[in-house]
Design a protein around this ligand. Structure first.
Ligand code: ATP
Ligand code: MG
Length: 408
C-alpha cells in the first residue's frame, strides 16, 4: 500500500485554509497533518511534523512564504514546498523558487490540479533524493531498546509515565519511539493521546501471518517520531493476544524504532510476562503507601527470585513522590533492597490537563518538576537524557492543535 502524502498548509486566510481542507477531505492519498497561519508558524510546524509536502502561500503577514521557504528548505530539505500565488506575483514566485520551492499553483485552482501538483512535486523530489542519497532513503533498521512500565498495583501512574516517557524521548531527544499499549482490556494510551484507533494489536493477532509491513500498517502516527500500537477496543478481545504474539511483535518493533515503550496492566498474565521477559528495562512504578509497597516487594521477589531477571533490569520509580507525606525514600529503598532510579513529583493539575488535552506534560510544560522527573527516568533507561532542562520548543502553543490533527 502506498503511504499517504503528509501535507502541511500555510495560508494566513482562514477561509482559504477551510476551502483547501474541504477540497482534500476525500483524497485517499493525501493526509492533512497541520495548518499554519503565517511563515513563522509554518517553520515551527514543519520542524515538528516533518511533512512530505508544504503548500505555502507567498503573501502572509507577519512572516511571508518566501522567508519560511528559505528556512525550511535549508533545515528540512525533505519537505517539498509548493507555493501558492495569485496572478501578478511573478516576481515573488521567482524569488520563492530561488529560495527552494519546487513547484507552484496559481489561485484559483481545481482539486485535480492541486492533487496532481502536490503528488508530482513529491514524486520528483523523492526520485532526486534516491539518486543523491540512496542510503538515507532506504528503510532504516533499528536495534531498539524495550522499556516496559509495570506495577503490581493499579492506578499508580503507569500510563501517565509511559506516554510522557515516550513523548520526551521522541521530541526532546529526537529518537524514534513506538509506544505499545499492552493493557489489553482497559488500555487508555489512545485516550491520553487523544485519538480513536482505526487499527489495533487485534488486527495482528487475528492475521494468519504478519511481519514488519503489517505491524507498520497498524501503527498510529501521533507525530513523525512517535507511533502508537493501540490496545483492543473491546475488553473481551484481550484473550486473542498470546505471549507468542507479543514476543514476535517485540522482535519486529525493535527493528522499527530506537525505543519501544510498553504500558501494561497490573498482572503477570502471559502477554505481559512475555513483554517483561523481552524488555531491556522494566520501570516498576511505586507510590509511597503501604499497600503499594507490599505489592512492589512481591513483584520484585517474583522478578528476581522466580523469573531470574538481573537486578540492573529493574528500575524503581516513585510516582507522586512527596517526602512530607507517606514513607521516606530511604526507608523505601531499605525495605525493598533496591535504590530509587527516579522520583516523579505529584502535580494533579498538569497530569489532568495533559489527559484532557491529549498533549503529554513533557511537551506542554517541559520545565515543570513533574517533567523533570520523567527526564530523570529517561536518563536511567536511555542513558542520554537527563541533561539540562530544555528551553521550551518554538510553537508549543500550536502543538495541541497540530498533534491532534495528525492522522493514522
Ligand atoms: N505524578 C502525578 N501527579 C498527579 N497525578 C498523577 C501523577 N501520575 C498519575 N497521576 C494521575 O493518577 C491517575 C492514574 O494514573 P494512570 O492512569 O497513569 O495510572 P495507571 O497505573 O496507568 O492506572 P491503571 O492501572 O488503571 O492502568 C490519573 O488520574 C493521573 O492523571
Ligand atoms: Mg494505565
Amino acid at each position: 500500500m502506498r503511504p499517504r502524502l503528509r501535507l502541511l498548509i500555510a495560508d494566513d486566510s482562514a477561509p482559504t485554509r477551510d476551502s483547501l481542507r474541504r477540497l482534500l477531505e476525500f483524497e485517499q492519498d493525501i493526509e492533512l497533518v497541520g495548518e499554519a497561519g503565517d511563515g513563522e508558524e509554518a517553520i515551527a510546524q514543519a520542524r515538528l511534523l516533518r511533512p512530505d509536502v508544504i503548500l505555502m502561500d507567498i503573501n502572509m503577514t507577519p512572516v511571508d512564504g518566501i522567508t519560511a521557504t528559505e528556512v525550511i528548505s535549508t533545515e528540512i530539505p525533505r519537505s517539498v514546498i509548493v507555493m501558492m500565488s495569485v496572478q501578478g506575483e511573478q516576481e515573488y514566485l521567482r524569488q520563492a523558487m530561488a529560495a527552494g520551492a519546487r513547484d507552484y499553483l496559481t489561485k484559483p485552482f481545481s482539486c485535480d490540479e492541486l492533487v496532481h501538483t502536490l503528488q508530482n512535486a513529491y514524486e520528483r523530489e523523492s526520485k532526486r533524493w534516491l539518486q543523491v542519497a540512496p542510503n538515507l532513503s532506504s528503510a532504516k533498521t533499528y536495534a531498539g531498546k524495550v522499556i516496559t512500565v509495570f506495577s503490581a498495583k493499579g492506578g499508580v501512574g503507569k500510563t501517565t509515565i509511559a506516554t510522557n516517557l515516550a513523548a520526551l524521548l521522541s521530541h526532546e531527544l529526537d529518537k524514534s519511539v513506538i509506544i505499545v499499549d499492552l493493557d489489553l482490556q482497559f488500555g487508555d494510551v489512545p485516550v491520553l493521546l487523544d485519538f480513536v484507533p482505526r487499527r489495533t494489536i487485534i488486527d495482528l493477532a487475528q492475521a494468519a501471518e504478519w511481519g514488519r509491513e503489517e505491524v507498520q500498517h497498524c501503527l498510529y502516527e501521533y507525530s513523525p517520531n512517535l507511533k502508537v500500537l493501540s490496545p483492543p477496543t473491546r475488553p473481551e478481545e484481550a484473550e486473542l493476544v498470546s505471549g507468542n504474539h507479543v514476543k514476535q511483535l517485540i522482535g519486529i518493533l525493535r527493528q522499527l524504532a530506537d525505543y519501544i515503550i510498553i504500558d501494561t496492566a497490573q498482572s503477570f498474565q502471559e502477554p505481559i510476562l512475555a513483554a517483561l521477559d523481552e524488555s531491556d528495562y522494566i520501570a516498576i512504578i511505586a507510590t509511597l503507601d503501604i499497600p503499594t509497597i507490599k505489592n512492589v516487594r512481591l513483584c520484585l521477589e517474583v522478578m528476581q527470585g522466580v523469573l531470574d531477571y538481573p537486578v540492573e533490569k529493574t528500575k524503581l520509580v516513585v510516582n507522586r513522590a512527596a517526602e512530607d507525606i507517606g514513607i521516606k525514600a530511604d526507608v523505601l529503598e531499605e525495605r525493598l533492597g533496591i535504590s530509587i532510579s527516579a522520583k516523579i513529583p505529584s502535580d494533579g493539575r498538569l497530569a489532568i490537563q495533559a489527559a484532557n488535552t491529549g498533549i503529554p506534560f513533557v511537551l506542554s510544560s517541559p520545565k515543570s518538576a513533574i517533567s523533570q522527573g520523567i527526564r530523570e527516568l529517561a536518563g536511567k533507561v536511555a542513558g542520554e537524557a537527563g541533561a539540562a532542562t530544555p528551553e521550551p520548543a518554538p510553537g508549543w502553543g500550536l502543538l495541541g492543535r497540530l498533534l491532534r490533527h495528525g492522522g493514522t
